[in-house]
Design a protein around this ligand. Structure first.
Ligand SMILES: Nc1ncnc2c1ncn2[C@@H]1O[C@H](COP(=O)(O)OP(=O)(O)OP(=O)(O)O)[C@@H](O)[C@H]1O
Length: 656
């Protein structure tokens, strides 16, 4: 796919997308997590890019939500869905659902939503989802004990690129390989001509290393699993709770994770643990061994009567001769024993094997002396030996485990993706259950809603009265104050938006005709000044141009100017919309005036008060078709006329 062809994607973002493994697939599926894995793309931006890509694929021009209020209704719908997602991924992924004009897109989401609605959002699954997040690649790995070596400058650059975690050394001659062999626990040589070379250390000739670099940095795989451990276990728990079968064998995954520590190191290998402890405790062991030897010598000397010949004594006094000579003669056996004790302590306390013990021979020994002292150079050689053995052992185990884990990499990614996708499905399912939704039919003109209940009202959802309402063509909606006219428009807007998103709607039944654009105008706050009035009129002028296929919802447009002028303007707009076969619902208190001014028979529906109880209106929330509802003032005058003898109220009533 040409990424720059996606709306909102420039050269820079396209380059970031190109770095993804399978950007086309991620964009097609709206996989926000995969898109956000690309450098410099946040999750929020990823959702916008995915939306752009989906629009492009389905040929959607993105113009469905044509006004601010229409966009607000969409935002509210999205908010209700997002409130029901557990993961941030789920929230972002839901943003890739948008009302579309294209049948193919609507069908795609409808089939997703139909499956989703069957899912049972059990609390155990929702709890488990809490820890699931998209997997992160391991970063910041630096390997110091192994290196890559090559004689070729070009391969050097390739190696740096393919294996950024390892030091890469350029060598001129084989002698240098020996030096590297001494400095690193393992050297990987890229040049085939060194095959069979015999140099000190662990030097391996691996000419095809750059073709499968991950095998040479097992840390990459191990860190990936270590860093994502919680997410992986959470995703596994989601599948357990949901009873779904992920692609990956969860038992193998758990067993493998038990073998990796939180830093990506190996756990549970006795030999590696022995070597690691030996390296760490070497200095302490040598120092204690020295004390053990010296304690022995001190006791031996203390218990001994030393006879010193006169000449020796003189030579000691006159020439400052050292006591060592005396020691070697008098205490040779005790000294040997002290050395043996010290060596034994090092070997035993560090649990050294026979080969390593040989190095200890050189740590304590030599001519008898007091106090007994260790040979630092020998300690250092032992340390180098133990460290190299430890690193080699670790590398061997890491390589083996990483090879096993690499097999699991794709399956665990699929497992986490499936868990995250389940969150999106469960959000849709919870939305449908919380608001008693049904899948609408998309057919015909206008809309027909049965038992619709808006979740956007300021009353708890349980207390919302169901509304039946259907419109085909152009209609005025009249009704008492606070009867629910605005709420009805909101309900229609919400159901039309959700239906065009491919999602279920909060109603017992709904048929929605496909529309090309939703124009919803909220009630204006008071009369407009001349300039604002002119620009509003221009807006409606544009609206009625090419209005076929549009659904227009307008709330009390009369408030923009004086009632007489308003009625004429509304009548003119309705005429234009009617001529073009658009669907429209205009809420207005000026139904009579509009009808008079209109050049065609304008349909009027009404939200009727069923009575006044304790000064409060009781209304039937479902608009009556072809019925001009009586206004609140009329109802009150009627009440007064009924209650009193006064002819004034009866005369007043006559005037309505
Ligand atoms: N279907 C419903 N179920 C329960 N309560 C409702 C319903 N519809 C509206 N209401 C309540 O009535 C109130 C007024 O509704 P709304 O603003 O839609 O009336 P309106 O007819 O547009 O009023 P006005 O003529 O003053 O603009 C809402 O705030 C809500 O509390």
């Amino acid at each position: 796919m040409e990424f720059t062809a996606i709306p909102g994607v420039g050269e820079k973002t396209a380059a970031s997308l190109a770095e993804l493994d399978d950007a086309d697939e991620a964009l097609r599926r709206g996989d926000v997590a995969a898109i956000a894995r690309s450098p410099a793309i946040t999750e929020g931006r990823a959702a916008a890019i995915a939306r752009g890509a989906i629009r492009r694929e389905h040929g959607d021009d993105g113009g469905f939500l044509a006004t601010d209020r229409a966009r607000e209704i969409y935002d509210d719908a999205l908010g209700l869905l997002q409130d029901r997602a557990v993961t941030t991924y789920g929230e972002k992924r839901l943003e890739t659902f948008f009302p579309s004009t294209e049948q193919s897109r609507i069908e795609e989401v409808r089939s997703f939503a139909t499956t989703a609605m069957k899912r049972d959002p059990e609390p155990a699954i929702l709890d488990a989802l809490d820890g699931v997040e998209p997997l992160e690649p391991a970063e910041g790995i630096r390997v110091r004990e192994r290196c890559i070596a090559t004689t070729d400058a070009e391969r050097y650059a390739e190696a740096k690129n393919a294996l950024p975690e390892l030091p890469v050394e350029v060598i001129d001659e084989r002698r240098e390989l020996g030096e590297l062999g001494r400095s690193y626990s393992t050297v990987y040589v890229l040049d085939a001509e060194f095959a069979g070379i015999d140099v000190e250390g662990d030097v391996r000739v691996v000419p095809d290393a750059l073709e499968h670099p991950e095998e040479f940095v097992p840390e990459r795989t191990l860190s990936f699993f270590a860093e994502n451990r919680d997410r992986l276990l959470a995703a596994a728990a989601v599948h357990d709770a949901a009873g779904t079968e992920p692609d990956c064998d969860i038992d193998s995954l758990r067993a493998a994770l038990d073998r990796v520590d939180e830093d990506g190191g190996i756990v549970g290998d006795e030999e590696l643990e022995r070597l690691s402890i030996a390296v760490d405790d070497l200095d302490a062991a040598v120092s204690t061994a020295e004390s053990v030897g010296n304690d022995h010598l001190r006791d031996a000397i203390g218990e001994r009567d030393v006879t010193i010949e006169g000449t020796d004594f003189l030579s000691l006094v006159e020439q400052g001769a050292r006591v060592d000579s005396l020691l070697s003669r008098e205490l040779a056996d005790d000294y040997d024993q002290a050395v043996a004790l010290a060596r034994e302590h090092v070997v035993d306390s560090l649990d050294l094997d026979a080969g390593e013990a040989e190095f200890v021979e050189r740590v304590f020994g030599g001519e008898p002396a007091f106090p007994l002292e260790h040979n630092e150079e020998a300690v250092s050689r032992l340390r180098t030996e133990l460290t190299a053995d430890r690193d080699r052992r670790a590398n061997q185990l890491e390589t083996e485990l990483a090879a096993e884990l690499r097999e699991l990499r794709a399956p665990v990614e699929a497992m986490v993706d499936a868990a995250l996708e389940l969150d999106v499905e469960l959000a849709v399912s919870r939305f449908a259950r919380d608001f008693d939704c049904v899948m609408p039919t998309l057919a015909g003109e206008g809309f027909e809603i049965e038992g619709g209940r808006s979740p956007l009202l300021d009353v708890p959802f349980g207390e919302v009265d169901p509304v039946d309402y259907g419109v085909s063509g152009v209609t005025l909606l009249s009704g008492v104050n606070s009867g629910g006219k605005t709420s009805t428009l909101d309900l229609v807007g919400l159901i039309v938006v959700l239906a065009h998103m491919g999602l279920p709607v909060p109603a017992e039944g709904a048929r929605v005709g496909r529309v090309s654009e939703l124009h919803y105008y909220a009630k204006s706050q008071g009369t407009l000044d001349a300039g604002a009035f002119e620009s509003t009129l221009r807006e409606f002028g544009d609206l009625v141009e090419g209005a076929t296929g549009r659904l227009v919802l307008v709330d009390e447009l009369e408030s923009i100017t004086e009632p007489g002028a308003s009625a004429k303007i509304i009548a003119g707009i309705l005429e234009a919309l009617d001529e073009q076969g658009a669907s429209a619902v205009f809420v207005s208190h000026l139904a009579d005036g509009i009808r008079e001014a209109a050049g065609f028979e304008v349909a009027v529906d009404g939200i009727e008060a069923v009575g006044l109880v304790d000064g409060e209106l009781r209304v039937d929330r479902s608009p009556k078709k072809d019925h001009l509802a009586r206004s609140t003032p009329e109802l009150i005058v009627e009440k007064l006329a009924d209650e009193t003898e006064s002819g004034f109220y009866r005369d007043l009533l006559e005037k309505f």
